[in-house]
Design a protein around this ligand. Structure first.
Ligand code: NA7
Length: 538
């Protein structure tokens, strides 16, 4: 069995599968290492009750560029697909394109070291094997390393405990049990209404309330799906040119230019439509104008107060500490209604901090909440956590985590100086999580395949982002970030959820379409900003 390849790809989620397919098109030999026991990435691990995608399913898939046949053959059953259906889709894709033969499952990368003398990457995996390749491409996902806060006494709990991002494969039954959920981000918001239906008693520990928007999920009408399929060429193009990778009709105006009545009508219409329409199709300045943002923030707070019966609970659930969309707003299905149930109680961690986890449950200064199970919906060390765990060493043995000690430094979020022939899918400082991921993943993977193809055509075997190009990209990235309200809010977008993590905006806020244009321009200038050379000794 060969241990040397043209490329090693890490990860077999959307990013890894698309990258593999694109590199195959260049006739490259490729080895994919995947930590999970199957394809799917996020959708392999996040099996908690209620796990569902927040992008509309008809746009949360590979486009015609991957395979027009798959696009035509696959039909989603729901407006927002649940985790099992997305996993089924990715398995369908892997089978159809015969991708599995290049993927080694249940294998985590423990070290990836650039061997300067041979201009190759040497990758060590947790089975002890060493594999080499000219190119290393990370497709490890942005939200793939779970964050379990170091609550005192964590180990002492004698009941069942789960993290939403590492859920068991067998069903978990909470029927008749007392359950604590810690965390009310997107995953907590999805899991809580489902767990509430089973549990005898559910205690929800909330640190920060979010602006949760109704998903309004529903079965997909086959006629609608057919219409979408007929219009796909136009819809994909619109998504690729858009800000967020979705073919929505984005407004150009400010909420402040509308009368209060007009605003109310526009907000209500988008709210009734469900999903992210309220953020994307109403007014365009929420992320940059606090006063404009106040109007939509108050609209959503009013909806929360109208839905939750107990006024004190409603107040705790209504966010006032941050503006709407300055942290990722979860989509909800029955979340606020869950707090109207007799078996659900909300505990505000600010008023009643978690002192410790005990053998029997969760202790606060007020009381001990005795439970049979704790669900940690406490999020992830996003964007850099997984990359840092992989032991990546660039030129002169430089650890990636050392180079990025004060925050990521990348060129286009796709490469970083000092790490030749290493490219990242949805890396920090690319649109990544501020977009509908499959659209961004396709663009990233196509750019990387285009760059490698260009190198092969021009007999270059060494491709490295230049330090000055990287510096300009970081400056541009930060300039755009500084113009928004995002840095002022504690969120994982700025690394605030992980103690000690540098505070900087991790995803690129310039938009999917503008980013695509910048990349196209770079490519048209012979991959400007990269040093492309022939370095390998004969
Ligand atoms: P999130 O959105 O990071 O949510 C994690 C939640 O856990 C959030 O409510 C946090 O409160 C809470 N949390 C984190 N650490 C603690 C500690 N130490 N004590 C109490 N509560 C804590 O992660 P999700 O998994 O829900 O979603 C991740 C992304 O997946 C999501 O944004 C979508 O893009 C898909 P906080 O808000 O930080 O005060």
């Amino acid at each position: 069995m060969s241990t040397d390849f043209d490329a090693i790809v890490v990860g077999a989620g959307f990013g890894g599968l698309y990258t593999l397919q694109n590199l195959r098109r260049l006739d490259m030999s490729v080895k994919v290492f995947e930590r999970g026991g199957g394809v799917g990435g996020t959708w392999y691990w996040n099996r908690y009750p209620g796990a569902r995608c927040d992008s509309e399913s008809v746009y949360y898939m590979f486009s015609d560029r991957f395979s027009p046949q798959i696009l035509d053959e696959w039909s989603w059953t729901e407006r927002f697909a649940g985790q099992p259906e997305i996993l089924e889709y990715l398995n369908f894709v892997a089978d159809k394109m015969d991708l599995r033969r290049d993927i080694q499952f249940d294998t985590a990368v423990t070290a990836a070291v650039y061997d300067e003398a041979n201009n190759r990457w040497e990758v060590t995996t947790d089975d002890g094997a060493r594999t080499t390749a000219r190119y290393l491409i990370t497709a490890v996902g942005c939200i793939s390393t779970t964050n379990l806060p170091a609550f005192p006494g964590l180990e002492s709990f004698t009941g069942e405990s789960y993290h939403t991002g590492a859920w068991p494969h067998e069903p978990v039954d909470f029927t008749g049990k007392r359950v604590a959920v810690i965390g009310t981000g997107a995953t907590g918001v999805q899991a809580i209404p489902e767990i509430a239906k089973q549990a005898a008693q559910l205690f929800v520990f909330q640190r920060t309330p979010n602006y949760d928007i109704p998903a309004r999920n529903q079965p997909l009408d086959p006629e609608y799906t057919t219409k979408v399929k007929q219009n796909y060429p136009e819809l994909w193009e619109k998504a690729r040119a858009s800000g967020f990778g979705l073919p929505y009709q984005v407004s150009e105006g400010s909420a402040l230019d509308a009368t209060p009545e007009e605003r109310q009508r526009v907000f209500q219409a988008a709210y009734d439509k469900g999903g992210f329409y309220i953020g994307l199709e109403t007014y365009s300045d929420f992320m940059v104008n606090k006063e404009s943002n106040d109007t939509i923030s108050e609209f959503i707070r009013t909806k929360i107060r109208e839905t939750v019966h107990d006024p004190a609970t409603a107040e705790l659930l209504a966010p006032t500490d941050h503006p709407f969309f300055t942290k990722r707003p979860p989509l909800e299905t029955g979340y606020y209604e869950a707090f109207n149930r007799d078996n659900v109680a909300l505990i505000d961690i600010h008023g009643e901090p978690i002192e410790s986890i005990t053998a029997n449950g969760v202790r606060t200064p007020v009381r001990e909440y005795e439970v049979d199970a704790i669900v940690f919906a406490t999020g992830f060390d996003t964007m850099t956590g997984t990359l840092f765990k992989m032991g990546i060493r660039g030129r002169a043995g430089q650890p990636l985590e050392r180079k990025w000690a004060d925050g990521p430094r990348t060129y286009l979020g796709l490469a970083t100086h000092g790490f030749p022939n290493m490219f990242m899918i949805t890396g920090p400082q690319s649109p990544s999580v501020l977009s509908n991921m499959p659209v961004t993943i396709e663009q990233n993977a196509e750019f990387i395949a285009g760059l490698i193809g260009h190198m092969r055509e021009t007999d270059a075997d060494y491709g490295e982002a230049n330090e000055d190009a990287e510096g300009r990209w970081v400056e541009h990235h930060n300039e755009l970030a500084d113009a928004t309200l995002l840095l002022g809010t504690n969120s994982w977008w700025v690394g605030a959820n992980i103690p000690g993590k540098p505070r900087t905006l991790y995803p690129y806020v310039g938009g999917v379409g503008p980013f695509r244009d910048i990349c196209a321009d770079v490519a048209s200038k012979g991959y400007e900003g990269f040093t492309l050379a022939s370095r390998t000794r004969a």
